[in-house]
Design a protein. Structure first.
Length: 315
């Protein structure tokens, strides 16, 4: 029974709609709420039904569903539209009915956005799923089902290979983070020492031109450098600027590496850099002057990371 529950939870985390519905129905059983769901245009359309309106109280139900889904962290599910109504007879085309006449079909509707799981936690989860898949006992098959056995072995090989890629990606991510931290902190200390030694003289920016990220305006770079304090405790940039600056530098490095990459291992390194750049962009605070630009780059860098992983799998 425990294994069955774990299998359902694992399937739900992989994005199985049927498994997600089963988990939600089990969690909401005491509330008298039943759910149905369908994935439509990148949004998980969720229908909640109950016999009374009290069971469908909006603030409580929305919070419950959000907590359940974020604990599952289903793959590729980030936006959820929650619809509620008094229970009716089974309708196969319930989404079409709702879209046709939402005012008479629903009590209320609310769209939520799920938090993205931590990338390290996600990699660990993928490794566990791959290990569970490889440890499943093999049931003897008759001669007529030989093609099923071959198919299952192929699936296990792919699962094992994906697990190895995840391990390698995790190692690359940790190494990349350490390299970026060392490189950036070393650069800050060097700049601070040069500032003190030159008695408040600014460094020659023309000599450091090659270190500028490709898409940061020179005027902004110069104006930021012009505010450097002679004290060692000060940093050349504000914290908000540092995050955006690092993300761009990592992205530019990924672009350069991608131009001369032709092996699976190298593509994995490029993918890790793009993912790290995306995560850094997600840390840019809303008070930052380029916050909107950072938000748009989160998804863009993630797509580049996925493309690099695809090329790694092909090689």
């Amino acid at each position: 029974m425990v294994n069955q529950i774990n299998d359902i939870a694992s399937q739900a985390s992989q994005g199985s709609i049927a498994a997600i519905i089963q988990v939600l129905n089990e969690k909401l059983a005491n509330s008298g709420v039943r759910t149905r769901a369908v994935f439509d245009s990148g949004v998980l359309q969720l229908l909640c039904e109950a016999r009374t309106t009290e069971n469908l109280e909006k603030s409580t139900l929305v919070q419950q569903i959000k907590q359940i889904l974020e604990s599952i962290a289903p793959r590729n599910v980030h936006r959820v539209n929650i619809n509620s109504r008094i229970v009716r007879e089974q309708q196969l085309l319930w989404l079409e009915e709702i879209n046709r006449d939402p005012e008479n079909q629903l009590l209320w509707s609310e769209e939520i956005t799920l938090k993205k799981p931590n990338i390290l936690w996600q990699l660990v989860r993928d490794l566990k799923d791959s290990k569970k898949e490889s440890l499943k006992p093999q049931i003897p098959q008759p001669q007529s089902s030989r093609h099923l056995i071959v198919s299952n072995k192929t699936k296990q090989k792919k699962s094992f290979f994906r697990g190895m890629i995840n391990i390698f990606s995790l190692c690359l991510l940790v190494l990349s983070a350490g390299w970026i931290a060392y490189y950036f902190l070393g650069s800050k200390i060097s700049n601070s020492i040069e500032t003190v030694a030159s008695k408040q003289k600014l460094p020659n920016l023309s000599k450091t031109k090659s270190l500028e990220p490709l898409d940061i305006d020179k005027e902004q770079f110069n104006s930021s450098a012009a505010t450097i304090s002679p004290k060692v405790s000060k940093t050349p940039f504000q914290i908000e600027d540092d995050i955006f600056y690092i993300a761009v530098r990592v992205a530019n490095k990924a672009v350069e590496d991608g131009k001369k990459t032709n092996t699976s291992a190298k593509w994995l390194e490029v993918a890790a850099k793009w993912q790290y750049a995306s995560d850094l962009m997600a840390e840019v605070p809303s008070s930052h002057s380029r916050f909107k630009e950072a938000q748009s780059r989160i998804k863009l860098y993630k797509e580049y990371s996925d493309l690099a992983l695809e090329k790694a799998n092909k090689n």
